[in-house]
Design a binder for this molecule. Structure first.
Ligand code: B12
Ligand code: SF4
Length: 473
């Protein structure tokens, strides 16, 4: 019997070139009588996509992963697919359908809110009886240990950057309540971890790779961090990185486990060096600015580099905030900074509440993506934030300052080269934004979003060099 085909589609995203676990996780839920295929529209042009999808037959359904940023693409490509296959169910899943299911139902037959694994069996039963419901709402109650490992074999990893690693999920949920965070929508309330046996099994597919633990916050439970580090240590991988709150690093046992397992860096959502601003986004439980320096230095002593988030447009942000933050990140030898515009996700209660404390700048859903200025607290000026962001990127990610910054954390020769190469690769999308004036022009941003991802020769070279250095150092 010919297998039914499940087609899952990744829409254009910014930044590009980073492998995502979302669709491999969805694909893994389908039993053997289905053939699953993942198409990434960041990698192919529209005409090629149409020519290739036209030839498909026996399709069970076509699913798109949709975020606020690519809602227009989701509508456009859904239109194409509907025209080609008017009788095939069209599905939307991911962040935006989780936030705004009714809005998404204007374009899709079915939307899946939140996590797919928990509703996969019910969904497949309804699919087989031609009886799909309009909305499925996943929960975060299922035991991560009983879910199938993501079907990473469906993806050609060589088409993506190597430096950001191969994604691995070891836990779901978070015990904290930061106001802007998607965890409350995607992985509600409960906190789950994968057990050691399952991680060992999954890590067999990561041989020779750098591992990117993409958990929202791996640090909720220190025993889980230590157990995961030990499991990764015994796997055949070339180092790893993860995200956790800064104060989870204030723990010798955790730091020893990270060091011994080849962990290179931990991303911490420091977000701001102003305690009042942190209170404004309800991050005062996890972040105490007076502890930042001590903990960063402590982690660095164990060879763990600290990366940081930096929220643009947070309460009270002014010219000085940029200067002081830049000085702080530079002096501390922060390995990289991820800049995100303060975004209150559409459809959430917190977004409603924030209307009292500032203004939402647009009705266009696509700007609620963290890459656009979409909200301004009453005491912040748009121009200051945008100009400040451009100046910050130009300064922090200049080659001169990358090298100088690397001197502000103790590193051996190869680790310093690693630091520099990582920055050289990581800064690329930021340079794309500022060099194309894309923070100020919607058309220029669209041009970047619509472009096909291809590794440029210099990026390919840096990516390969970093791979080799991670292997030998
Ligand atoms: C990889 C990643 C990216 C990649 C995405 C690549 C891609 N092709 O999509 C890149 C680098 C592009 C990226 C960019 C950004 N990201 Co990002 N990213 C992640 C990360 C680390 C992992 C995603 C993942 O694989 N999750 C694991 C999978 C299993 O979970 P999932 O994605 O939720 O998928 C499940 C369900 O949603 C559902 N599902 C998903 N798709 C579909 C499709 C169908 C058809 C179905 C049925 C179900 C379904 O089923 C899946 C299995 O249960 C998450 C953190 C996280 N742990 O989720 C942040 C995260 C999503 N990103 C975030 C941010 C802030 C950003 C940026 C703003 C960063 C920046 N400052 O520039 C940009 C914005 C881009 C955008 N599209 O909006 C935030 C939240 C975003 C938000 N809207 O609030 C997160 C939560 C990180 C964080 N803690 O801050 N990101
Ligand atoms: S600690 Fe991190 S993952 Fe948890 S709610 Fe805050 S931002 Fe989200």
């Amino acid at each position: 019997m010919t297998k039914k085909l499940v087609i899952l589609i990744d829409l254009p995203v910014f930044p590009k070139g980073v492998l995502s676990l979302s669709l491999p996780a969805v694909a893994a839920c389908f039993p053997k009588q289905y053939q699953t295929e993942i198409i990434d529209l960041n990698l192919i042009q529209e005409d090629l996509f149409i020519n290739s999808i036209k030839t498909k037959s026996n399709i069970a359904f076509i699913g798109f992963k949709v975020s606020a940023q690519n809602i227009k693409h989701a509508i456009h490509y859904s239109g194409i697919v509907r025209q080609l296959f008017p009788n095939i169910p069209l599905l939307w899943g991911g962040e935006l359908p989780s936030l705004l299911p009714q809005k998404c139902l204007e374009y899709a037959d079915t939307v899946v809110q939140s996590l797919f694994e928990s509703i996969a069996d019910a969904f497949i039963t309804d699919l087989e009886s031609n009886n799909l419901k309009p909305i499925y709402t996943g929960t975060n109650k299922g035991d991560l240990g009983t879910y199938p490992p993501p079907a990473l074999h469906l993806i050609d990893k060589s088409r993506y950057y190597d430096f950001m690693g191969i994604p691995l999920e070891t836990s779901r949920g978070c015990s904290e309540v930061c106001a802007f965070c998607m965890v409350h929508t995607m992985q509600k309330k409960t906190y789950f971890c994968k057990g050691t046996k399952q991680l060992q099994h999954e890590l067999e597919a990561y041989n020779g790779s750098f591992v990117n633990v993409i958990d929202y916050n791996i640090g909720v439970d220190p025993t889980h961090v230590i157990a995961t580090a030990k499991t990764i240590k015994s796997a055949n991988v070339h180092g790893w990185m993860a995200e956790m709150c800064i104060e989870s690093l204030d723990n010798e046992e955790v730091l020893i486990a990270l060091k011994e397992s080849g962990c290179r860096m931990i991303y911490c959502g420091l977000e701001s060096i102003d305690m009042v601003a942190l209170k404004g986004v309800h991050k005062m439980n996890t972040n105490h600015v007076e502890n930042y320096e001590r903990i960063i230095r402590k982690a660095q002593k164990y060879g763990i580099q600290v990366a940081s988030g930096f929220i643009l447009g947070i309460n009270g942000m002014n010219e000085n905030t940029f200067k002081e933050s830049l000085n702080f990140f530079h002096r501390m030898g922060i390995i990289y900074v991820k800049l995100t515009f303060l975004t209150y996700n559409p459809g959430t209660k917190v977004a409603e509440n924030m209307k009292k404390k500032g203004s939402f700048l647009s009705d266009d859903i696509s700007v609620y993506d963290g890459v656009h200025l979409s909200y301004l607290p009453t005491d912040v000026e748009a121009d200051v934030v945008l100009q400040g962001a451009v100046a910050f990127i130009r300064d922090f990610y200049s080659i001169k300052h990358i090298i100088l910054r690397s001197l502000n954390t103790k590193l051996g020769f190869w680790k310093r080269i690693e630091f520099i190469l990582f920055n050289y690769l990581y800064r690329e999308p930021y340079l794309q934004l500022v060099n194309n004036n894309a923070l100020f022009s919607a058309d220029h941003f669209s041009a970047i979003l619509n472009s096909r991802f291809q590794k440029k020769w210099n990026m390919r070279l840096a990516d390969e060099m970093l791979h080799i250095i991670r292997k030998i150092s």
